[in-house]
Design a protein around this ligand. Structure first.
Ligand SMILES: Nc1ncnc2c1ncn2[C@@H]1O[C@H](COP(=O)(O)OP(=O)(O)O)[C@@H](O)[C@H]1O
Ligand SMILES: [Mg+2]
Length: 251
């Protein structure tokens, strides 16, 4: 489904990704942890096609397509979705209009959802996330708390039904109840055709979501992979044992 090999990427001539290898099969949910600045956000933004980064080496194939050759909007249309760590505010644009445009741009001009159908779908998803029915009238992320912005990202994900969900610290800023609601939303989206990569610092989200595999990113590479026990060990011990291990293998 998603296969990343030897991926290197830079921003302003500073190399951030230094040879990322990662494979996520169809239907799998993978978690990724790593210290601040290790390149987690860079990785998911490069996958989504953020033009601020230059890919210098490596390959990314998604459903057999060469993702790196595709424009950001083509990637989105082919099912790649990124829930941002820091979602943008779009003053003056209502959530409902924004989401309708997003849904229709992915469905394509021949396949647009009739307005009433879109609103019915929106109300369904709002209920699922326990957001109030007037949520769609608010301007995108304007004046939102951190947690509200994250829920709004998940709302977008539920509506777009992407094939590859990249979630960048969607749990930070969420209170315990919101975390549960968001995790339930993510869990309901699990399907044999869909893959997910979840960037997080917190064990609680991984406990709710129970990823199939966990990866540790350090200095722009994935240096260790394992099951949820690896995440648990990081949670209790920190990254020191990983650093030590990497230092030893580099000798
Ligand atoms: N626009 C930028 N200009 C220069 N350096 C950047 C920029 N964006 C990110 N970086 C650097 O890239 C590194 C990785 O950042 P990031 O991918 O956000 O890490 P993480 O998400 O793991 O905390 C950091 O050292 C950060 O300072
Ligand atoms: Mg980040």
């Amino acid at each position: 489904m998603l296969k990343i090999e030897g991926l290197r990427a830079s921003i302003e001539d500073k190399e951030i990704l230094r040879g990322v290898d990662l494979e996520i099969p169809a239907g799998a949910v993978h978690g990724i942890m790593g210290p601040n600045g290790s390149g987690k956000s860079t990785l998911v933004k490069v996958l989504a096609g953020d033009p601020a980064y230059t890919v210098t080496e490596g390959s990314v194939s998604y459903k057999g397509m060469d993702l790196l050759e595709m424009e950001p909007d083509e990637r989105a249309r082919s099912g790649v979705f990124l829930a941002f760590q820091y979602p943008m505010e779009i003053p003056g644009v209502s959530i409902a209009n924004f989401l309708r445009a997003a849904v229709n741009s992915i469905r394509g001009p021949e396949n647009e959802l009739p307005t009433f159908q879109f609103y019915a779908l929106l109300q369904d998803k709002l209920r699922e996330l326990q957001l109030d029915e007037f949520w769609g009238n608010r301007y995108v992320n304007e004046g939102f708390s951190g947690g509200e912005k994250k829920r709004n990202e998940i709302l977008q994900m539920l509506l777009l039904e992407p094939g590859l969900c990249l979630l960048d610290e969607t749990d930070s800023g969420l209170d315990v109840d919101a975390l549960k609601i968001v995790s339930d939303g993510v869990n309901r989206m699990r399907s044999p055709e869909r893959s997910m990569l979840i960037v997080t610092h917190y064990m609680r989200l991984l406990d709710y979501i129970a990823p199939d595999r966990c990866h540790i990113m350090l200095d722009g590479r994935i240096v260790q992979s394992g099951d949820i026990e690896l995440a648990r060990r990081i949670d209790s011990e920190g990254y020191e044992f990983i650093r030590t291990g990497v230092a030893e293998t580099n000798v």
